[in-house]
Design a protein around this ligand. Structure first.
Ligand SMILES: Nc1ncnc2c1ncn2[C@@H]1O[C@H](COP(=O)(O)OP(=O)(O)OP(=O)(O)O)[C@@H](O)[C@H]1O
Ligand SMILES: [Mg+2]
Length: 268
């Protein structure tokens, strides 16, 4: 059972030759209880990846604290798995070896590694592709390898930065459902960044809406659409629910107010 406590955090990137200092996050406070599926949405540049990097231990806060289960996060750790937008797989290794890599570094014995990797590949539906090279797989399959790799070390929390952003609509929907099923099965705390409002509403039990300059949390919502899906309701019926549509419009209005300049690729 894991819990994340982010308390009054700011992140400032110092000025460089031609660019002024950037306050990427300012006064961010967020508590994520065990088994939360948190989705994070906001305009490009509002600090979503910076927030994830704090939790991954890739970035330290300028002020405030970031804690996992009461302990300060001071660097990367195996209890936190990361899935990137581009899967960052090793193209010269096959699927099995990509998923096994982290376990090898941890010194897991071969037989245990074999079993663990195959279990994770089975979860994402790729057991039959273990010996394929990464470049022989479709984009959606490669993302599934990235998810299997993040799950391999059995992390307490899963950090996902727009993992489905580069996929076509159908593959994306299939993977949304797969991720929900994995979340239900593994009971992990997930933080999932997305540019898709429907995706954020459909997957999350807690939606974090951010606004930029400086990056702040505007609103958080508690949601139950994903639990309804896991209880058997169809994705179509959930997304057609007036409550879903109303929330979608409400969040859209925060992120992309009507009449605002259209100067980026913000969610819609
Ligand atoms: N290493 C860095 N050095 C300097 N500035 C940075 C660095 N990383 C991020 N920034 C700045 O901090 C702000 C927040 O960036 P971040 O990558 O967290 O945004 P984001 O919400 O993930 O955006 P996107 O949706 O485009 O991925 C941006 O203004 C960005 O330019
Ligand atoms: Mg980002």
């Amino acid at each position: 059972m894991s819990r994340i406590d982010i308390n009054d955090v700011s992140v400032v990137f110092p000025a460089r030759e031609n660019t002024p200092a950037v306050t990427a996050l300012d006064g961010v406070t967020l508590v994520l209880e065990a088994e939360t599926f948190a989705t994070v949405i906001g305009r490009s540049g509002c600090g979503k990846t910076t927030l994830l990097n704090l939790l991954a231990g890739f970035q330290a806060p300028a002020t405030g604290t970031v804690m996992l289960d009461g302990a300060k996060i001071t660097g990367p750790g195996v209890e936190r798995g990361v899935v990137f937008q581009k899967n960052a797989l090793m193209p010269w290794l096959n699927v099995f070896d990509n998923v096994a890599l982290g376990l090898r570094f941890q010194g897991m014995p071969k037989a245990a590694r074999q079993e663990r990797v195959m279990t994770c590949l089975d979860w994402v539906g790729l057991a039959a592709f273990a010996r394929h090279r990464v470049y022989e797989l479709s984009g959606g399959m490669q993302q599934r390898v990235g998810i299997a790799r993040a799950l391999a070390a059995d992390p307490k929390i899963l950090l996902m930065d727009e993992p489905l952003g580069a996929l076509d609509a159908l593959t994306r929907e299939n993977l949304q459902e797969l991720i929900l099923q994995l979340w239900q099965k593994a009971g992990k705390l997930i933080l999932f960044i997305t540019h898709g409002i429907e995706e954020a509403l459909f997957l999350g039990t807690k939606l974090v809406v951010m606004t930029p300059r400086p990056g702040k949390i505007h609103t958080t919502y508690n949601l139950s659409f994903s639990r309804r899906f896991l209880a058997g309701e169809s994705a179509r019926s959930i997304k057609a629910d007036p409550a879903f549509i109303q929330l979608r419009e409400e969040v859209l209005e925060v992120i992309h107010p009507r009449g605002a300049d259209d100067d980026d690729d913000s969610p819609r």
